[in-house]
Design a protein around this ligand. Structure first.
Ligand SMILES: Cc1cc2nc3c(=O)[nH]c(=O)nc-3n(C[C@H](O)[C@H](O)[C@H](O)COP(=O)(O)O)c2cc1C
Length: 203
């Protein structure tokens, strides 16, 4: 019997050994994050995935668990003793938080310091770099509420990756596509070589 998913070809890089907490939120682009897990694992980064409830409507946690080789988190009130303080422990155990795709809703939560789900609580408790990759309909993106929230994230020192432009899942054309992995990878590499990112404004 052959597997549908070939094991990744391992390569060493600055990301090797880095612990990435990947937050996946409820965007139509959530499936693309599964490919990013493979890319990170191919560079021997450790990936732990936290999914919002909405993200689980798009992609099964099974997919992320199988690809990362790690348990997937989502429920803040998990009664498993090992997970009771997941919101604190996950923030301590990662070198970087990558939120991709990031919905308008999650961006709003983070911009206002809300802590009403596991992902937003982990981010609030974290003292590590946070990279946010918005993905949404172009009108949602350009809405003053979303733009204000994005500005707030930048003020707080989060790295917001500008979305790509092109044909969107809703059939409209404009900015809002999840950026390509290669672009986000470059940002992660820069993060772990701080001098490169020091004076760089991403958006
Ligand atoms: C089919 C479908 C696609 C969606 N795609 C997006 C999206 O790409 N970006 C976005 O911001 N919201 C999108 N939404 C809306 C979010 O799923 C919704 O705002 C949800 O509350 C986000 O919750 P979360 O941020 O906790 O994951 C979509 C909803 C549906 C039904």
């Amino acid at each position: 019997m052959t597997s549908e998913v070939e094991p990744p070809v391992l390569t060493a890089s600055v990301l090797t050994g880095k612990r990435i907490l990947l937050g996946v939120t409820g965007s139509i682009a959530a499936f693309k994050a599964a490919g990013w897990v493979r890319e990170l694992c191919a560079e021997s980064a450790g990936v732990t995935v936290v999914m919002t409830g909405a993200a689980e409507r798009f992609v099964s946690s099974l997919t992320f668990g199988a690809l990362s080789g790690n348990p997937v988190y989502g429920n803040m009130f998990d009664e498993d003793p090992d997970r009771l303080m997941a919101h604190i422990n996950l923030s301590r155990e990662a070198d970087c938080i990558l939120i991709a795709p990031a919905t308008a809703q999650t961006i709003a939560r983070l911009a206002h310091g809300m802590a009403d789900d596991l992902l937003s609580t982990v981010v609030l408790a974290a003292k590590i770099p946070v990279v946010v990759c918005p993905a949404m309909n172009c009108n949602m993106l350009s809405h003053p509420a979303t733009q204000g929230n994005v500005n707030q994230l930048q003020k707080m020192g989060y790295h917001v990756v500008p979305p790509d432009s092109g044909m969107l899942a809703c059939g409209e054309e404009g900015a809002g596509r999840l950026p390509e992995w290669e672009h986000v990878r470059e940002i992660l590499l820069s993060l772990f070589s701080p001098q490169d990112l020091a004076a760089k404004k991403l958006w």
